[in-house]
Ligand binder design. Structure first.
Ligand code: GTP
Ligand code: MG
Length: 188
């Protein structure tokens, strides 16, 4: 499916009437700095729609983007924000945790983004398990494959598969726009 329109709607720190307006939500989650905001930009083909940064912990609110006037892309803060204070980290985690697991809202799909070069970390596996326990619809995006050496590609993808269970994995590069069509087909 093609994206014909995409616009930023709102940043919220927690509960908000927007979550109840009936528009399906597709959430993007993953460790800090894996490229969640970049993946959203690559999907909508607008650089800078979602703010990105080399500094982990860039996204600190729940950001909603309206796609094709009919779906929200929800950009969330990452987990494992090494450079933030414990307090800031816990606050962000509480927000994400609430949205996924303690709010009355459900997501049509959750896009779990990992760094293909790093693979699924302990935090990623824990997140994946928790999402599965809550019966969430998940697709795993292995981002930054452009940085993966050709000779390491097969082995690294296999390692990711071994930890990903039955969930679909899409090799992806937000930078080179690899995997865009496949991910769009999965979520829209
Ligand atoms: P937080 O909001 O801080 O959790 O980060 P994020 O997951 O939203 O990451 P963001 O999109 O801000 O990108 C983090 C860094 O990774 C930036 O420097 C991006 O340019 C870079 N990056 C994102 N996607 C790719 C990719 O596919 N390939 C490469 N080489 N770099 C990427
Ligand atoms: Mg971000």
């Amino acid at each position: 499916m093609k994206i014909n329109s995409a616009k930023f709607v709102k940043s919220v720190p927690g509960d908000d009437p927007i979550f109840e307006d009936g528009i399906p939500q597709i959430a993007f989650i993953g460790r800090s700095n894996v490229g969640k905001s970049s993946v959203i930009n690559s999907l909508v083909n607008i650089n800078g729609l979602a703010r990105t940064s080399a500094f982990p912990g860039r996204t600190q609110l729940i950001n909603l983007f309206l796609i094709n006037e009919s779906t929200y892309f929800v950009d969330l803060p990452g987990y494992g924000f090494a450079k933030l204070s414990n307090e800031a980290r816990e606050e962000l985690w509480a927000m994400v945790n609430w949205y996924f697991f303690n709010s009355p809202y459900n997501q049509k799909k959750i896009v779990l983004i990992i760094d293909a070069n790093v693979g699924l970390t302990k935090d990623d596996v824990e997140m994946l398990k928790t999402l599965e326990d809550h019966h969430k619809e998940i697709v795993i995006v292995a981002n930054k494959v452009d940085k993966l050496k050709r000779k390491d590609y097969g082995r690294q993808m296999q390692e990711i598969k071994n930890l990903a269970g039955t969930n679909k994995i899409i090799p992806y590069s937000a930078e080179e726009k690899t995997g865009v069509e496949e991910l769009l087909a999965e979520i829209l």
